[in-house]
Ligand binder design. Structure first.
Ligand code: ZN
Length: 137
């Protein structure tokens, strides 16, 4: 039977499938290029949570999270699916729990971590400022 899914959920599904090189990640990489920060590594599987971007020498890593899937404290993150709650909510809760485990594991390994949310990507100047502050501190 045809699965009726909202366009929004469909785009979330698509984003999950193409979890690498999603447009939020490309936006952050463009901002980094504009700031002349290069030499980072992508999706290092040997680091907890496989950070999207990792500056190995500086021990600084960046996670880029979708607000809905990772339960950001914003409008999109607090939005709840209209159906199948028993499926979605535990899934989102698990993501959230995993994120915090990954963060602790990264800190224990001596890494500094910046989490960037989808909703924070609209303001290019603010994004660059945050990246600059994080990477030069
Ligand atoms: Zn958000």
């Amino acid at each position: 039977m045809p699965d009726k899914i909202s366009p929004l959920r469909r785009s979330e599904n698509m984003r999950r499938i193409r979890s690498h090189n999603t447009s939020p990640e490309i936006k952050v990489r463009q901002a980094l290029r504009g700031l002349d920060f290069t030499g980072y590594r992508l999706h290092r599987r040997d680091l907890p949570g496989v950070p999207d971007i990792a500056f190995i020498g500086r021990r600084k890593a960046i996670f880029i999270h979708g607000c809905f899937w990772h339960a950001h404290d914003c409008k999109e993150g607090l939005r709840r699916p209209k159906s199948n709650l028993s499926y979605w909510l535990p899934k989102i809760d698990r993501n959230k729990a995993r994120d915090s485990q990954h963060l602790s594991a990264m800190y224990e390994l001596g890494w500094h971590v910046l989490t960037i949310w989808d909703c924070e990507l609209k303001d290019d100047a603010a994004l660059k400022e945050r990246l600059k502050r994080f990477l030069t501190s």
